[in-house]
Design a protein around this ligand. Structure first.
Ligand code: ADP
Ligand code: MG
Ligand code: ZN
Length: 738
């Protein structure tokens, strides 16, 4: 029964509450539905199949792309007392026989396997004999060529559906693009999947952009202030990864390199050292990442400009899975962009080069922007940040200083206009800045631009400031950059108007002018769980010793969250220890004694400290952009519906399932785009039945309603019913979308 989920959550995993959407996803998969769950990294996707596996008879098959990842998850489950195992090419001979025999006996609840294994001879028959009742496909974007980690083997998973037609699928991914989502549903042959899409905001991550001048020194100083913390530094090339790791190591920091050019053994060893807290810092190319479930990565630094925002989001996303605060720092220099763009010149595929260039410029705009970083990132994913101060980015945490840029803007705009008038062509920003600065360059002499009235009128201001101004005016639409490589600038209509009318222009001072500000991020520590730092150090060492004795990563013993709560509440008896988040029955049995002893010993010599309730209140979840909430497919459904077609007719017309059409319409009702009456979709008699059931069960969760009504009312109608209820009740809580 779904009602037993919460006790199981505490018993096995030691948590008291679900994270957003976890419960809804679990109930839907327990109701036998196919589910597609798109939740950001760290949202707790694993639990969505692990807990249902415990709540029901039979075996859950988990398909996962990487052997290391499977091993870590099985270790963590085993430590929590969950019977789980894995089969892959690393398990051979007698050990493989033993596991298969135990699987046949029903001794495991979860079996992890790689996709290529699934297709080997006889495995499907084995699965049938082992009573597989649920299939979870983790990192499901690997099935899509549109995604960033395409694995052809994932394509074969569709055969599972053929051979195990009654087993529900649960596909999980952190990749949000609609193309990938559609691909997953199609390739896995999901049947009217219930789609859950969470907000992509990561409230515990803070974002900072710093001007890059001496990257190695800046990285070193940042890390030096954070002893004991694990972090990743992303760089662009293999060489930089090696050099940086060596430079940090020379300063006494436990840093290792990771990139695709290393021997496989070295790569695995370095990753392992990081996961086991033996190396604190990994200096890596983007080859490092997927397959790292380490929850306590406290910072991610980008020492070179990432290629696009999607990658930046995914890479920073590896920080702070444990929901404790973590820092994301980007070191930015304009030179990086110029260098990256130069690389594109070598590309033969002009179209691909164009796309790449646009993405790089978008990335640079993010770095140079004066807008809240969180809002900018979420905007990229079609989400709207409610607009207030996010409290977790350099822009929001620095007082916004504005200045009257009218005169400066006049100078720059008129300089560009005079150049155009004199020469008949536009130039790039650099040339205009040289003219303002009164430089004596060949171009200026050849083109006679030293004759312009604006020549030298800006020589008292640093050139970089003129460049920043030029880019700000471009972003604000006063200037238009040509789409070609040269990015020549011309005045837009509003630029001409501003020049003529002397329109006042207020600008935000760019927070990180070169030369200024310190190297370390001044981000807030809100959300940290204050604790007795002396005791924390003791507990950390104990955790490492216990982990080593068992050959597992330290976080498998206890996460940082659990340790901090221990070093804050000083539990010395079983009930108090069990109340610590992350402590379930198995962990109490295995680790309760040594940890409580260590705490008791500490208290002999130290008075316990008192802590105020200082945990940060959760930030509001951002709303989906209302026009973004309806994707193009939903809009198309809405259009046809407005033309007078019924939902079943639209399904036939569009060759989509009725469930999908119902979800489109439900979304449109929720967003206010569709004004309709419930009786367009279900009869008054049905409504009465629904109201009776909902009076007891609520209307949020459709699985229980469906069950209570004996399956008489289809999910299509339930979706619409819920949409009407929510519309009538005002703003909905975060809900599954499309
Ligand atoms: P994802 O796969 O979505 O990136 P994981 O499944 O790896 O996320 O979970 C990230 C972390 O969150 C893990 O350390 C996990 O133990 C923790 N976690 C998951 N669910 C909860 C919960 N309900 N309460 C507290 N912590 C949770
Ligand atoms: Mg995961
Ligand atoms: Zn912000």
């Amino acid at each position: 029964m779904p009602a037993s989920l919460a006790p199981l959550l505490k018993q096995y995993f030691g948590y008291d509450s679900f994270r957003p959407l976890q419960r809804e996803i679990m109930e839907m998969t327990l109701a036998g539905r196919d589910v597609l769950a798109i939740l950001p990294t760290g949202a707790g996707k694993s639990l969505c199949f692990q807990l249902p596996a415990l709540a029901r008879d039979g075996l859950t098959l988990v398909v996962s792309p990487l052997i290391a990842l499977m091993k870590d998850q099985v270790d963590a489950l085993t430590a929590s007392g969950v019977p789980a195992t894995l089969l892959n090419s690393s398990i051979q001979g007698a050990e493989s026989q033993r596991r298969r025999a135990a699987l046949a006996q029903g001794e495991y609840k979860l079996l992890y396997a790689a996709p290529e294994r699934v297709m080997t001879d006889g495995f499907i028959q084995d699965l049938q004999r082992w009573n597989v009742t649920r299939i979870a496909v983790d990192e499901a974007h690997c099935i899509s060529e549109w995604g960033h980690d395409f694995r052809p083997e994932y394509r074969q998973l569709a055969q599972l559906r053929q051979h195990l037609p009654d087993v529900p699928f649960l596909a999980l991914t952190a990749t949000a693009t609609a193309q990938v989502r559609g691909d997953i549903a199609q390739q896995l042959h999901l049947r009217q999947p219930e789609v859950f899409l969470a907000s992509f905001n990561r409230p515990n991550l803070s974002y900072t952009v710093l001007p890059k001048h001496q990257a190695i020194r800046q990285v070193f100083e940042f890390i030096r202030e954070r002893p004991h913390q694990s972090g990743i530094v992303y760089v662009q090339s293999r060489n930089s990864a090696e050099n940086l790791a060596a430079a940090l190591a020379a300063e006494g920091i436990k840093a290792l390199a990771y990139h695709a050019g290393l021997q496989p053994e070295t790569r695995a060893a370095n990753q392992d050292a990081f996961i086991r807290d033996e190396a604190h810092v990994i200096c890596a190319t983007i080859a490092f990442g997927m397959g790292i479930d380490k929850p306590d990565v406290r910072f991610v630094i980008h020492a070179d400009l990432p290629k696009n925002l999607e990658g930046y989001y995914q890479e920073t996303g590896r920080a702070g899975r444990d929901s404790l605060p973590a820092d994301c720092v980007l070191l930015f220099s304009r030179g990086d962009l110029v260098r990256n763009l130069k690389f594109l010149d070598a590309m033969t595929d002009a179209k691909a080069a164009g796309v790449a260039a646009r993405q790089m410029r978008q990335m640079a705009d993010f770095a140079e922007g004066c807008e809240c970083r969180r809002a900018a990132l979420l905007d990229y994913f079609g989400e709207q940040w409610p607009g207030d101060n996010c409290g977790g980015c350099d822009i929001c945490l620095q007082p916004h200083e504005t200045w009257d840029a009218t005169t400066a803007a006049q100078k720059l705009l008129s300089c560009l206009l005079r150049i155009k008038q004199k020469s008949g062509f536009s130039t790039g920003l650099n040339h205009a800045v040289e003219v303002l600065a009164g430089a004596n360059t060949e171009k200026i002499r050849n083109w006679g631009h030293d004759q312009l009235s604006t020549y030298g009128i800006g020589k008292d201001t640093p050139r970089e400031a003129w460049s920043v101004l030029g880019r700000q005016l471009t972003r604000l639409g006063y200037l238009t950059a040509s789409p070609d490589h040269y990015q020549t600038l011309s005045l837009s209509h509003s630029g001409l108007e501003a020049l003529k009318q002397r329109t006042p222009i207020q600008l935000t001072r760019v927070p990180h002018q070169p030369g200024g500000t310190s190297s370390s991020a001044g981000v807030s520590r809100a959300g940290t769980i204050a604790c007795d730092d002396g005791l924390l150090t003791v507990l950390r060492a104990l955790r490492k010793a216990q982990a080593d004795a068992r050959g597992v990563p330290p976080y498998v013993v206890f996460g940082d969250l659990s340790l901090r709560h221990m070093a804050r509440r000083y539990p010395v008896a079983d009930p108090a220890f069990l109340a610590i988040p992350g402590v379930g029955r198995q962990k109490l049995a295995d680790f309760g004694q040594p940890f409580m002893q260590a705490i008791a010993a500490w208290l002999l010599d130290h008075a316990p400290q008192a802590f105020a309730h200082d945990e940060a209140p959760p930030k509001p979840a951002p709303k989906m952009k209302s026009e973004g909430a309806l994707n193009s497919s939903a809009l198309e459904t809405l259009r046809i519906f407005r033309d007078g077609k019924t939902a079943p007719e639209i399904a036939t017309l569009r060759d989509l399932s009725r469930g999908t059409i119902a979800q489109h319409l439900a979304l449109a009702i929720g967003s206010g785009d569709l004004v309709a009456s419930p009786h367009d979709f279900y009869s008054p008699a049905e409504e009465q039945l629904l109201d009776q059931a909902a009076a007891e069960l609520g209307h949020e969760r459709l699985g229980p309603l469906h069950e209570a009504l004996g399956g008489r009312i289809t999910y299509d109608k339930l979706h619409l019913y819920r949409a009407f209820k929510q519309r009538d009740q005002g703003p909905p809580p975060p809900q599954p979308g499309l």
